[in-house]
Design a protein around this ligand. Structure first.
Ligand SMILES: Cc1ncc(C[n+]2csc(CCOP(=O)(O)OP(=O)(O)O)c2C)c(N)n1
Length: 551
């Protein structure tokens, strides 16, 4: 076995191994050579080489999102680690265990005019679960910090930073381990024993209970739990596309349901108790509604965090949602109420209106989603880029066997493609990225990646710029709008596809799209991009009219 001679590098490698970290995404550099050589020469690790640190970090985020265990990223000193920051922030808000390892100059070389040197310690201070600022000499204190960092990434589900100073020579190796780092076994209590009786009592008295689910891992909630919620006449469940929860009685198109509501509808729909779980919620309208028509109580279930999103948070249950619901629901009883029934009526009516409208409209972003979602392969995974793509998705039903993910932690457009590729690699599932053009071009370096599976596919909806800004209030057709908001362009993905070895096809009409989709999911020996050109100036009109027609 080949080890770096530097003891600190050996310790980091050995502790990572002992803690079960397998995947290491490495970006090139010299300062990190001891770790690069050590990780890459050790069969306990699976290493990936990705040059662009922003892409590398999002790729690792996509992997960790799927594996639900830490993935490490390793880079050199200087601005390299700053390029990790967008993914660090995303991981922080999406509760993804990302272990950042940055190589640094020794302390006495910082701010004295040495090259490729910045102030690396605590550089992610505002968005990190733990920062291990190591000393150059191997020590029990260093070992302790490395252990804590990895344990915290797991237990606090978030990014951690290990900053490791190395002095030259950096490339020397030895075939013997010279350190015996301390491996701390930190165990975490995962039981939930709070007395729930006061909450059961409240629940049993309330005639209107709304459950709202944000970003949630597939299969996280037992079917019996979902069935029970669906059967209670006093319970309405609203799910976002990224909740990965499906039941025919749940309201899975939130904006479709509530956008046409008038004052009296909102009042009637306003719950006594709002119970939430999962991560970020996409729908702005549900947030505006619940902030205005406040429920009496808002309870949130999460092992770690509870955001007061609606200004009425009254209880945080520190539990896994599935654990909590399995204990809580059997203690409650169904309450007679028309709440669920009325919601079902609205849902059925909106569905009619939705279907009717779709038969009338011309080719547009909206129509693209209808066509694509209908033919998604069973058991595939969809990654959606931020912007209007994730909002359009919310207007449709997605096949229950299809898993849906989106970087909603910070809603950035800066790493959607890289995340999707990381998720595709880690999940092994057929993965389809549905993306807008600006998000796609922004993260085009994501394609500079030699691990992209052949069944990875990108559906690129090219509406000539950021179509979202036409939908948002404030849109006026001016040069300022076109240049600085929409960032209009005439680019296509064709040359990028060629450069990075993707099969490429185009569609300019519904007929072309449907014809292309017939073969898009056929197996081939390279990943594919299908670029769909939609009418820039009609998309937003069609969407706005849709919300009017739903009433
Ligand atoms: C890193 C980052 N910069 C800026 C934004 C603001 N932003 C949100 S959507 C968007 C445009 C996205 O356009 P595109 O990907 O083409 O999707 P469309 O709006 O057309 O659906 C921008 C710039 C962001 N979310 N993240």
């Amino acid at each position: 076995m080949m080890y770096p001679t530097i003891p600190l590098a050996q310790s980091i490698i050995e502790i990572c191994r002992a803690k079960g970290i397998i995947d290491i995404v490495i970006s090139p550099g010299s300062r990190n050579a001891p770790l690069t050589i050590g990780f890459a020469s050790n069969p306990a690790f699976k290493c990936y080489s990705i040059a662009d640190e922003r892409c590398a970090a999002f790729f690792a985020t996509g992997m960790a999102q799927q594996l639900k265990k830490p993935v490490a990223i390793l880079c050199t000193s200087g601005s390299a680690l700053l390029n990790y920051y967008p993914a660090v922030a995303e991981a922080f808000y999406s509760q993804i265990p990302l272990v950042v390892i940055s190589a640094d100059r020794p302390h006495d070389k910082i701010d004295i005019g040495d090259g490729q040197t910045i102030r690396q310690e605590n550089v992610y201070a505002n968005h990190i679960v733990y920062s291990a600022n190591l000393q150059e000499e191997a020590s029990a204190e260093n070992d302790n910090k490395i252990n804590v960092a990895i344990e915290k990434a797991i237990s606090e589900k978030g990014p951690v930073h290990i900053n490791a100073p190395f002095e030259e020579p950096l490339y020397d190796t030895t075939d013997e381990l010279t350190v015996e780092p301390k491996i701390l076994d930190v165990s975490f209590e995962n039981s939930f024993s709070e007395d729930l009786s006061p909450f059961v009592e409240k629940w049993n008295l309330a005639k209107k209970k709304l459950i709202l689910v944000g970003v949630n891992q597939p299969n996280a909630i037992d079917n019996e739990v979902l069935e029970r919620l669906a059967e209670d006449p006093s319970v309405v469940v609203m799910t976002e596309t990224t909740s990965n929860i499906h039941h025919k009685k749940f309201l899975n198109n939130i904006d479709v349901i509530i956008t046409p509501f008038k004052e009296e509808d909102f009042k009637a729909f306003c719950p006594d108790i709002l119970l939430t779980f999962g991560g970020m919620v996409v729908s702005k309208r549900i947030k505006a509604f619940l902030r205005k028509y406040k429920p009496h109580d808002h309870w949130h279930i999460d092992t770690l965090r509870a955001y007061d999103t609606f200004g009425v948070l009254t209880k945080h249950f520190l539990a896994e949602p599935n654990t909590f619901l399995n204990r809580f629901l059997p203690a409650t009883h169904f309450v007679e109420s028309s709440y669920s029934h009325r919601a079902q009526e609205i849902k059925a009516y909106r569905k009619l209106k939705h279907d009717e409208y779709l038969t009338q409209i011309p080719f547009s972003d909206f129509k693209v989603f209808e066509s694509v979602l209908a033919v998604l392969p069973e058991n595939s995974q969809v990654q959606i880029s931020n912007s209007s793509a994730v909002r359009y998705m919310q207007l449709f039903d997605v096949k229950p066997s299809v898993e849906v993910f989106c970087n909603r932690g910070t809603s950035g457009i800066d790493g959607c493609t890289s995340t999707a590729i990381g998720a595709a690699v880690a999940s092994g599932k057929e993965n389809i990225l549905i993306t807008g053009d600006v998000s796609f071009f922004y993260d085009s370096n994501a394609l500079w990646n030699s691990y992209i599976p052949n069944d990875f596919k990108i559906l690129l909806i090219n509406n000539g710029g950021g179509g979202i800004f036409r939908i948002l209030p404030g849109h006026k057709e001016t040069p300022v709008f076109n240049t600085y908001f929409e960032t209009e362009h005439n680019l296509t993905g064709e040359h990028l596809a060629k450069m990075f070895g993707f099969e490429y096809s185009q569609a300019h009409s519904l007929e072309e799209l449907n014809t292309n989709l017939e073969v898009f999911f056929n197996a081939t020996d390279s990943p594919k991009i299908l670029e769909v050109f939609t009418p820039v100036k009609e998309n937003d009109q069609i969407l706005k009219q849709y919300f009017k027609e739903l009433a």
